[in-house]
Write a protein that binds this ligand. Structure first.
Ligand SMILES: [Mn+2]
Length: 317
């Protein structure tokens, strides 16, 4: 019995969701299931290759819905959960009770945890710490920008590894460990430490690069990371550098996409008024009300700058 799990790759909540979902399936439905994981990334061409659904059961967690008939399970909490109107209709007509969506949850892992408990009677108290941290990390529930950058807790260190590691193999190893081991054990693994240390040095470098490139106007911080191979940055750096800012817009090219990130300051002096997922959806992206992104094809730097400039203007108003 092969259980294929498609999860949001390079995301702490995506990995935690895959881990908790796997425990639910093994603990309640298929004790003998063999799990295989596929990391999903947001790209300019947002389509699900039918070949992805090669399991006896196929699941998607913390990622967009698919109308593929081979999809067995779906859990998501993103505002932008559907690629198009047809997918939303398809979801509404589902009668399996196994396609579950609730955008009010701060993390998909906590959503799966609650559904597992309330609907399927599955409890695994040893996962409670993982659930708690998925809410803190995906929901940006840190005390301050400083605390978000210091990476004091094992879960925050692990987030750096999950977001920054090359390829999906190590993320999938972590998904396996998350099912059975406390986070402090996982971060202490020599293999994880070897990945963590250079990423932490780069994290400190990223603070300086963003400091040198970012500027703030009317509460909006903007920067462009083109030409700097940073492979992502901690999204709270701008709020540490510009504590009075409300929003951040950035452009960061990588090998497989040109990404425009749009975020809001969790510690902003004024409450953010714009829904960032709705703004990003207009340009083919999506996300949550407080944080969103748009993925353009690789090489579309000029277009990304134009889109970013439009969003900056909109957020400044
Ligand atoms: Mn999530």
């Amino acid at each position: 019995m092969l259980e294929r799990v498609l999860y949001h790759d390079h995301c702490f909540d995506g990995a935690a969701s895959a881990a908790i979902f796997s425990r639910l399936i093994a603990g309640t439905f298929h004790p003998d299931a063999e799990f295989r994981y596929t990391g999903m990334a947001h790209q300019a061409s947002q389509r699900f290759d039918p070949a992805l659904f090669d399991g006896d059961e196929n699941a998607i967690v913390d990622f967009k819905y698919s109308s593929n008939p081979r999809l067995t399970w779906w859990f998501d909490h993103h505002q932008s959960a559907f690629l198009n109107h047809e997918d939303a209709l398809h979801y509404q007509q589902d009668s399996s009770g196994r396609k579950l969506y609730d955008p009010s949850y701060k993390s998909c892992a906590s959503f799966i945890h609650d559904v597992a408990r309330d609907r399927f009677g599955f409890r695994a108290p040893e996962l409670d710490d993982l659930v708690k941290w998925s809410v803190i990390i995906d929901g940006a529930q840190y005390a301050s920008a400083q605390a978000a950058l210091e990476l004091g807790a094992p879960a925050m260190k692990l987030t750096l590894v999950i977001e920054g590691a090359k390829g999906s193999a190590i993320v999938q190893k972590i998904i396996g460990w998350m099912q059975r081991r406390p986070l402090e054990d996982i971060i202490a693994e020599p293999e994880i430490q070897a990945i963590y240390e250079p990423l932490y040095r780069r994290h400190l470098e990223n603070i300086e690069i963003i400091r040198s490139r970012a500027h703030q106007e009317n509460g909006v911080v903007y920067f462009d990371l083109s030409g700097y191979d940073g492979e992502g940055y901690n999204k709270f750096i701008p709020y540490h550098l510009f504590p009075t800012s409300v929003y951040t817009v950035s452009v960061s090219p990588s090998g497989f996409r040109t990404k425009i990130s749009v975020g809001s300051n969790p510690w902003a002096p004024q409450e953010p008024r714009h829904n960032l997922a709705t703004i990003c959806e207009r340009y083919g992206g999506g996300g949550h009300a407080r944080v969103g992104a748009i993925s353009l094809p690789p090489g579309e730097l000029e277009k990304a700058r134009v889109v970013a400039a439009q969003i900056v203007e909109e957020l400044k108003r």
